[in-house]
Design a protein around this ligand. Structure first.
Ligand code: FAD
Length: 437
């Protein structure tokens, strides 16, 4: 399937339920969704933003368009935060940074580092907006690292009636408003916890057998500040192990072999045949946190990408069993897969975070741009992971029923009540939220 056919086919798939002819040609990053909006606006101030919200019947906040499903879609007005992108202030007493909602993690990382500070973690790609990422509980990896929204300390939301409401950690409902699925209003600004800046070195190992993983799972994930495994699921093998170590860690010394895996002798892309030119530096070369925690460089800015993604979270206690359940059915989905990544996420207290009160392992799938076949294999993957209380990533492709999804979140009803209070007329609802909320 060529790129144009891919976009046409995927758009049809996602739009089919909406019986709406899009009037703008804006697509998401992957190109598998053409938004159904009548118009897209890009306010540059809170006043402009309020005007647009009050003028729209069903507004919807749009971040950097990196979600793969219809969570950010609307048939009315898309309100992009791309021009609300400033660092507002650094509170050195509280160790918080206040930013506008549309700033991208890569931009924030550079500014914070220049001021001597760092965030605790980042996702694989630095081009994602902070509000969009936190709305869907976007995460990186690390046994002691919560997802990106776990660093939120304050936020302000513009509601559909044009009023602003502000929360700080400790306020009632704070743990409900952070991972908000865009269902409560438009986040205008956010505060994140910061810490002194630090450096990391990235070490890549090749070919860790799943047998070794079985016996050393915790050791592997505790080896670095952030650890990712990449696999094609063939031959019970983890193709690449990426270990990001803090430069001040005791175990920073490079080793040639690690539980039978061998140290890479050159920089690698997670899909080995691809050029690593866009990947962050490896081979143990120390660098600033914001240039090592993501896998891909900020300077490389793909406006779109011919791939799809799904990701599933299971409690850490089931990690190896869940990996084996996927390994057992890999031949079914292998023809459509580019690569899988396995990461760890520490527990948090955020109601709609997949890591709510449980340490999690995330099993990610980067798919070839073949929507039809990918959507066909997802129910099989979800069935294989069902015994392990699986939850899907809010911003990626999944097929799980709303009933099952809701049953996996102990605070789901509280979130529904919160959404009703903040958005009594359902103005931020779209097809995705109508289905899952
Ligand atoms: C190449 C690529 C790499 C990725 N890597 C990772 C990864 O490493 N880890 C991971 O967990 N995920 C990853 N993702 C998924 C991505 O982080 C999420 O889909 C995230 O939601 C995208 O943020 P966005 O700003 O693009 O939001 P959008 O896709 O634009 O919107 C997502 C949701 O956020 C809401 N939203 C956006 N801005 C606001 C706002 N100001 N106020 C209220 N709601 C708002 C939207 O309404 C919508 O509901 C990746 C995606 C891509 C394409």
């Amino acid at each position: 399937m060529n790129r144009q056919e891919f976009i046409r086919h995927s758009s049809f798939l996602f739009m089919a339920s909406q019986f709406h002819i899009p009037t703008i040609s804006e697509t998401n990053w992957a190109g598998n969704l053409t938004y159904s909006a009548k118009k897209i606006v890009r306010p540059t101030s809170i006043e402009e933003l309020r005007k647009e919200v009050l003028a729209a019947k069903q507004p919807k906040a749009l971040g950097s368009k990196h979600s793969f499903n219809t969570i950010a879609n609307t048939t009315d007005t898309l309100i992009s935060t791309s021009k609300l992108n400033k660092l507002l202030s650094i509170d050195r007493q509280k160790m918080w940074v206040w930013v506008e909602a549309g700033i991208k993690y890569g931009t924030l990382g550079l500014l914070l580092d220049q001021a001597g500070f760092a965030l605790h973690n980042l996702a694989s790609l630095p081009h994602i907006s902070v509000a969009g990422a936190c709305a869907t509980a976007t995460h990186g990896s690390g046994d002691k690292n919560g997802n990106l929204s776990s660093a939120v300390r304050g936020l302000e939301i513009l509601k559909a009636d044009g009023t602003l409401e502000r929360w700080e950690q400790g306020n009632p409902d704070f743990n409900g408003v952070v991972v908000n699925l865009g269902a409560l209003g438009i986040v205008t600004k956010m505060a994140f916890a910061i810490q002194p800046k630090f450096e990391l070195s990235q070490f890549v190992f090749e070919n860790l057998s799943m047998n070794q993983l079985k016996d050393h799972f915790d050791e592997v994930y505790q080896e670095g500040y952030s650890v990712s495994m990449f696999t094609h699921w063939e031959n019970k093998n983890i193709n690449q192990l990426w270990i990001k170590k803090r430069s001040d860690a005791k175990n920073i010394h490079p080793v040639n072999r690690y539980f039978g895996a061998t140290a890479a002798t050159t920089h690698l892309h997670p899909i080995k045949i691809n050029s690593p030119i866009n990947c962050t530096d490896q081979m143990g070369v120390a660098g600033p946190w914001y240039e090592r925690l993501p896998h891909f460089k900020m300077g490389f800015t793909p406006s779109n990408g011919a791939e799809l993604q799904s990701e599933y979270f299971v409690p850490r206690k089931y990690a190896f069993q869940a990996i084996m359940a996927i390994e057992a059915i890999h031949s079914i989905f292998l023809p459509y897969l580019f690569v899988s990544e396995i990461r760890s996420i520490a527990a948090d207290e955020l109601w709609l975070s997949p890591a709510y009160q449980q340490d999690m392992i995330a099993i990610h799938f980067t798919w070839k741009p073949d929507s039809k076949n990918v959507m066909n294999v997802l129910p099989l993957i979800e069935a294989a992971l069902d015994p392990f209380e699986v939850k899907p990533h809010w911003g990626k492709l999944f097929t799980m029923s709303p009933q099952k999804l809701q049953s996996r979140y102990p605070k789901f009803k509280d979130f529904q009540a919160l959404a009703k209070r903040l958005d009594p007329k359902g103005q931020w609802r779209n097809d995705f939220l109508n289905r899952y909320l």
